[in-house]
Every structure is written in C-alpha cells, then in structure tokens.
Design a protein around this ligand. Structure first.
Ligand code: NDP
Length: 403
C-alpha cells in the first residue's frame, strides 16, 4: 500500500457555485504539436468541475482507494507544523500543483525516505529541488502541455490589459466614475508595437501565434531556433540572447522555465536594457525577476506596467510589494488552473499514476527526472540544480489578512 499525499489549494472562501457557469467544456484530444492529451484508462470526475482545490481531490480518491492505497489531501504545506511535513516520513508519492506548490527542498526530501515520485499536476517542477531528487533517485514528472494554451491566453489578456489600461479604467466604473481622461491617460494601442518572448516553447510559441493577428512586430529568443517556416509564417525576429532582444521591445513576455540559470534574469542591470515605458508580462515563474528591481522600475517609470500571475514564494506574503506597486496587473497564480485546464491535468495525473502503479513507462514528454538524471522533456528544457531557495517564506502568508 502506498501513501499518496496531494497538496492542493484551499476550497473557494466564497463557496462553490450552486451551478457552474457553463454546462460543459470543449474536449481537446490532440494539442497543436500533435501530442495527445492525457489518456488515462478512466476518470472519476466531471470535466469542468473544480478538481484543483482540496474537495476536488483531483478526482483521485476512488481510483487510489480502489487499489488499496491511502490518499491524504491537504492544503497545509508550509512550515514545520504543516500536514505535509507530518506525512513526509512515509509518503511514497507527493502530488502538487505549481499554483500552490509543495516545496520539496533537499531538507524535506531527506525527511521522506520512502518518496519515489514527485508528481506535478500542471507544468513546472521548480518547486522540487531537482538536484536532490536526482541524488535520491526520486522520479519527477509533470503533465506537459496540459495548460500551455490556458497560460498563453492569460498572457495575451495581460498584455492587452496593461497596454490599454483596462484594470484602472474598470476601477473607475466600479467606483461610479466617468472621467475618460483618467481612463486613457495611460492607454495605448498594441498595434505596431514590438513584442518579444523569452523562450518560444509551448507557451511562448502559442503567445506569438495568438498575437500575430494584432499586427505587432514579433521577436523571440530561445536556446534553439524555431523552424524557418515558422519564423517566416509569423514574421519573427530571432535574437541570440535575451539581452540582445530587450532594447527592441515595447512588451516582453517571459515564458522560460525557472532554473539556476534563469533565476533573477530580470534585475536592475538588465532592466536598463529595456525601452523606457516597456511592459513585462511574466506568467512563467516569479523568481525569474528580482522582486525589488521590478518595484523600482515601475516606480521610476522605466516599466510602464508589470503583470503576471507568478510570485515567489507562493502564496505571496500579504505585504509582497507586487500587490501594491504602481501599474501592476497581477493575479494570484491562476492562469494554468482554469476549470478547463484542471480537467486535463487531473486526467494527466491519473495517467501518470496508472503507469507508476502498473509498472508501465511514464511518457517521455511527462518525465523531468528519472533514474538519477534529467530525463524526457526535463533533459531538453530543464537544468540541473535547485531553485527552491527562500521557499520557507511562503509560511508568512496569513489567510485571515487576505482582503
Ligand atoms: P516548454 O518546455 O514547452 O518551453 C520552455 C522553453 O524555454 C523551451 O523552448 C526552452 O528552450 C526554453 N528555455 C529553457 N531555458 C531557457 C533559457 N535559459 N533561455 C531561453 N529559453 C530557454 O514549456 P512551456 O512553454 O509549457 O512552459 C514554460 C514555463 O511556463 C514552465 O516552465 C513554467 O515555469 C511556466 N508555466 C506557468 C504556468 C502558469 O500557470 N502560470 C503553467 C504552465 C507553465 P529549448 O527547448 O529550445 O531548449
């Protein structure tokens, strides 16, 4: 019997909808690159319902208990008194979502002698100390592509929101006002602007494709160039380094993984390379940016706006300055966990568990670490090392202080 610990975010404080807003979600069977969506043998949930919060249990209880395994579901993940810490001693599998990451630091991995699988129900396994996972022979897997388009849609929304000044204009309406000059004093058209992405992987390329019809000039930087046909189709300008790209862009969106090489890549020095009044949209990982350098740049006007849904740590402390800095368009980490995305990553989690328990190979596109080394998609996109430093700060968040 295996103990499976699933760390999920809290249920809605405002209650579950008595009826969901929509009766169904579109079924996506194949992604744009030809990869098939998750193919578990069965699912025990209704697609379109809340699966990512504690009560939803990712739809796993019936399946796991049916096999005689124990499923523990908790949102308590930070600090030595957390439920997660209590279960580390005998957990074989820890499941976590990047939105509410169960930080698996080297210290925690050392406290989990039976841990064999760290499963990310989503994309991005930087909350796991990959170096420690390799040394301890823990398999790390994630559900590649499950929410890439969800995030790309959020990026496009945030770019338009910042450039057109949507949130402040909406605030005027909510407050009963009508001053059009206030609404437009920082409102521009995206048309004709130069937009660049750091990384053109699944999300970055999807953002480029979605922005092309806006008649913008598109730029990208990536370790590997896209096929020439794609560059031509989207009229892309490639830059060898991100520092080469920044001076050309009015908008920069970050879509690369967090690893020791990309941590704090946006800092006081690199921000000087940006055009004055540029916008940054970061839905990749909070730690790609130096927190205080972003605050300074929004205050000085070097950045006209910063938006994203990723913070460090998560949950962000109540007094995190990105909550209140000027011209921010932040959301809690939500882009990859729409109800639509949840159905796909819950199915992908089930598929990975079925493979694990039946001794079948986990798809290469889901593997990050296996047999003590980076593997599958992880060998392509990840770097060795650890990016979890400072995660203990997540324990500072206090629910009762939330607005
Ligand atoms: P992919 O693996 O498809 O793409 C990542 C891209 O980053 C690859 O093209 C890779 O290049 C490139 N890359 C890696 N390192 C660097 C670097 N140092 N400089 C420039 N490019 C680099 O992943 P996705 O597009 O699906 O996801 C990207 C990231 O987005 C995830 O790692 C995760 O952190 C975040 N994410 C956020 C979500 C949210 O809810 N906000 C949800 C899902 C993901 P190459 O392949 O050429 O080596």
């Amino acid at each position: 019997m295996a103990k499976v610990v699933a760390v999920l975010y809290d249920d809605p404080e405002t209650g579950f909808p008595p009826k969901y807003a929509r009766d169904s979600i579109p079924e996506i069977k194949v992604y744009s690159d030809g990869q098939t969506a998750p193919t578990p043998k069965a699912i025990d949930f209704t697609p379109g319902e809340m699966l990512g919060s504690v009560s939803g249990e990712l739809g796993l209880r019936k399946y796991l208990e049916g096999l005689g395994h124990q499923l523990v579901v908790t949102s308590s993940k930070d600090g030595p008194e957390s439920e997660l810490e209590k279960h580390l001693a005998d957990a074989e599998i820890v499941i976590s979502q990047p939105f509410w990451p169960a930080y698996l630091t080297a210290e925690r991995i050392a406290k989990a002698p039976k841990l064999k699988l760290a499963l990310t129900a989503g994309i991005g396994s930087d909350h796991v100390d990959l170096q420690a996972a390799m040394e301890r022979n823990v398999t790390v897997a994630e559900v590649t592509f499950c929410n890439s388009i969800s995030v790309a849609e959020h990026v496009v929304m945030m770019i338009l929101g910042l450039v057109r000044n949507y949130i402040p204009a909406h605030d005027i309406v909510r407050a009963g006002g009508w001053n059009i000059a206030d609404a437009v004093k920082q409102s521009y058209d995206l048309e004709g602007m130069h937009v660049g992405t750091v990384a053109a992987g699944r999300i970055g390329l999807a953002v480029l494709r979605r922005l092309a019809p806006f008649d913008v000039k598109l730029h990208y930087t990536d370790r590997h160039r896209l096929p020439e046909a794609v560059e031509k189709e989207l009229n892309l300008t490639w830059h060898a380094t991100r520092e080469d790209m920044y001076p050309h862009c009015d908008v920069v969106t970050l879509n690369c993984p967090l690893n020791p090489e990309t941590e704090h890549m946006i800092n006081d020095e690199t921000l000087k390379l940006f055009r004055r009044g540029a916008y940054i949209v970061n839905t990749a990982r909070g730690k790609l940016c130096d927190r205080d350098a972003i605050v300074r740049a929004t205050e000085s006007g070097q950045l006209a706006g910063y938006a994203g849904d990723v913070w460090f740590p998560q949950p962000a402390p109540n007094d995190h300055p990105w909550r209140t800095m000027p011209n921010e368009g932040m959301t809690p980490h939500m882009s990859g966990t729409s109800l639509s995305a949840q159905a796909r990553y819950a199915a992908g989690t089930r598929e990975i568990l079925e493979c694990y328990f039946e001794g079948r190979p986990i798809r290469d596109e889901y593997l990050i670490v296996q047999d003590g080394a980076l593997a599958g998609v992880g060998a392509h996109s990840y770097s060795k090392g650890n990016a979890t430093g400072g995660s203990e700060e997540a324990a500072k968040y206090k629910k009762d202080k939330a607005a």
